[in-house]
Structures are given as structure tokens and as C-alpha cells.
Write a protein that binds this ligand. Structure first.
Ligand code: DP6
Length: 338
């Protein structure tokens, strides 16, 4: 093994993504292989910027998130860096510093943008030059949803069949510009969730009597969403996305002990969004492992949706985003793509 002559560094930006057809459940916890495929949209307004600096003088990898060195996820960062070092034939450790422009671990997909940015920067810093599908497979080891943030726009994560995970990767379905939907996020609790996605889905798979039905139903929902995206059929995408989000939460509630990610404001937002749609507004919801509600809407509806959700008791903040690009290396000073 080389010990990496000289130090090399790179910075990358990756955006958060929200699943419309949800990932919930693993078939292999070590390689982090999903039990179901998923379909997501990548956002442009929520991002992680990560810098990887190789330093042969270090004994261990160092990881800093938003200026803190005690951050959650440090073990996964080290596991991923060890794999990338192996591919590069290098023994040199790295200093990783990462910034999120949104709350970490509150159901806003910080692990997705975080690990996608990490593998993209580490790929450049270690001189690997891997293609996007290989970066997607590596990001998946950090977090299943991160495999999708390698790509922009509309993205499908494939469950895959192989035991080594080489076909458990994401691939683009359509570009952001092909169908420029908008996302309005109603934040009602910025705190880190009490049961993270990894633990939540493991508990669900181990204890829910409905887990096998969830897995069996997923291919049909994926097909519906794929078709809706190809046809730009908003109603069809709304129907399958809300069904998938509610099924995931119903499933999580059926774990023992049951997982409750909703608060009162979450429920109120879901009713508001259904009401708006009944009045003819092009909007639907999705919710991840936290109480924030994500309303996906046509650009013409975004102002009305934001105003309606801002008026829901318990909603403390509204974030807005368009759809965005995949992960890319950037200049650290100018943040321009390199
Ligand atoms: C509810 O990707 O965070 O957001 O693979 O264990 O890191 P790990 O889980 P993670 O789970 C995401 C769950 C979800 C749904 C989704 O994004 O598909």
C-alpha cells in the first residue's frame, strides 16, 4: 500500500433529496442494502458542503460537522473513508469538515446530502475518478438515501439483487428542468429526532407484522411513480407519493414499540394540503422520519401553499426549494463547480 505522497484536498457540494416512494427497511445492515427500491427528488436549496484533506501525518481520520467534532455519523464516515483508501491503495488518513445549511438529523435528509458530498470530495482527494454509479454505491454504505443524492432531478434507487451490493445503486429518471416542481417545507420541530431512520427501520423490519406486505407492494408503487414522472402526470404522482408516505408511517407505527414521527402540526398540515388539492391546487405531501411536512407543488401554486402552511398552528418556519443538481466538486472559496 502507498502512503499517499503529499497531501491532496477537495471540496464537494451535494443536495438533500426527499423520497416520493419511500425507502424503509434493509436486507443487509453491513453493506446497507435496501429491501426496497425508492424514487426521490433532489432539492437545490438544502445542501451539505464537505472538504476532505488528506494528511499522511494523521493517525486517525478526523470528522467535524458544523464546527463540532462530537457529531453523530463519525463511525460511518471512517468506514467509508477506509473503503475509499482501499480502492486508492493509500494508507493516508483524512481531515473531513462538513457544513449543512439546514438542521441536521431532523428529518430533512442531512445524511443523504452529507454522505453524497463526502464520497464526491474523497473521490477527488484520493484521485480515484470513479463514475457516478460507483459513487452512488459508496454513498449508500454511509446512508441508503445518500445513494440518490449523487444525482439531480428525479432519481430511482434500485434495490438490487447481488450480495455485494454492486447493483444497489441509484440512477437518474429525469432532469430537474424536465419537470420543475417546487417544494415547500413546513418545519415544526428543528430538534434531532428521537429514533433515527436506521434504528427505526431495523425495529420495523424485526417487529412489524406488516413488513412483508410493505416489501411486496413496493414494485407496484415504483412502477406507478416511474410512469407518472415519464408522463409528467401530477395527479398520478400525488396519489402514489401520498400513499407511499402514509404506508411507511403506518408501517413504522406498527413496529413494537411503535414509531411516532408525527406531531400535531404534521397532521394538521396533511389535512391542509388535502384540502388545498380538493380546491384545485396542484400540491401533495410527503413526510420522512421526523415531523416536518414536505409539500410538493407546481411552481404556480407555491406561494399559496407556503401561505397556507405558515398559518398552521405549530409550524415555526417555512423553507422553499426548487429541484436541484447532483453532487459535484466545487472550489472551496468560490463554491463554483471545478
Ligand atoms: C424516511 O437513508 O437515513 O427518509 O440507510 O439507515 O442511513 P440509512 O437510512 P436513511 O433513511 C431514509 C428514510 C426516509 C425515506 C427515504 O429517504 O427514502
Amino acid at each position: 500500500m502507498n502512503s499517499h505522497a503529499g497531501s491532496s484536498r477537495a471540496s464537494a457540494v451535494a443536495h438533500a433529496n426527499f423520497a416520493l416512494v419511500k425507502y424503509w427497511g434493509k436486507r443487509d445492515a453491513v453493506l446497507n442494502l435496501p429491501d426496497v427500491g425508492s424514487i426521490s427528488i433532489t432539492l437545490d436549496a438544502l445542501w451539505t458542503r464537505t472538504r476532505v484533506a488528506i494528511d499522511p501525518a494523521l493517525e486517525h481520520d478526523r470528522f467535524e460537522l458544523d464546527g463540532r467534532t462530537d457529531g453523530v455519523g463519525g463511525d460511518r464516515v471512517c468506514t467509508l473513508l477506509a473503503r475509499m483508501r482501499e480502492l486508492a491503495g493509500s494508507a493516508a488518513r483524512a481531515r473531513v469538515s462538513s457544513t449543512n445549511n439546514f438542521p441536521t438529523g431532523a428529518g430533512l435528509a442531512s445524511s443523504a446530502s452529507g454522505f453524497a458530498a463526502l464520497v464526491t470530495a474523497a473521490d477527488r482527494a484520493y484521485g480515484l475518478g470513479l463514475p457516478p454509479e460507483r459513487l452512488s454505491a459508496l454513498a449508500r454504505i454511509g446512508s441508503g438515501s445518500a445513494a440518490r443524492s449523487i444525482f439531480g432531478g428525479y432519481v430511482e434507487m434500485h434495490r438490487g439483487m447481488r450480495a455485494d451490493g454492486s447493483d444497489s445503486v441509484a440512477a437518474p429518471l429525469a432532469e430537474a428542468e424536465d419537470w420543475p416542481l417546487e417544494v415547500v417545507i413546513a418545519v415544526s420541530d428543528r430538534r434531532r429526532k428521537s429514533v433515527g431512520s436506521t434504528e427505526g427501520m431495523q425495529r420495523t423490519a424485526a417487529t412489524s407484522p406488516f413488513y412483508s406486505a410493505w416489501v411486496a407492494n413496493q414494485p407496484a408503487d415504483l412502477a406507478r411513480a416511474r410512469e407518472a414522472i415519464a408522463a409528467r402526470d401530477f395527479e398520478a404522482l400525488a396519489e402514489v407519493s401520498e400513499a407511499s408516505a402514509l404506508a411507511m408511517h403506518g408501517l413504522a407505527m406498527s413496529a413494537r414499540p411503535g414509531l411516532l414521527y408525527f406531531n400535531a402540526a404534521t397532521m394538521e398540515c396533511l389535512h391542509r394540503i388535502r384540502q388545498l388539492r380538493a380546491e384545485g391546487v396542484a400540491v401533495f405531501f410527503t413526510v420522512d422520519a421526523g415531523p416536518q411536512v414536505k409539500a410538493i407543488c407546481g411552481p404556480a401554486a407555491a406561494d399559496a401553499v407556503a401561505a397556507a402552511l405558515a398559518g398552521v398552528p405549530g409550524v415555526t418556519e417555512i423553507l422553499r426549494s426548487g429541484l436541484g443538481a447532483g453532487a459535484a466538486c466545487v472550489d472551496r472559496e468560490t463554491a463554483r463547480p471545478t
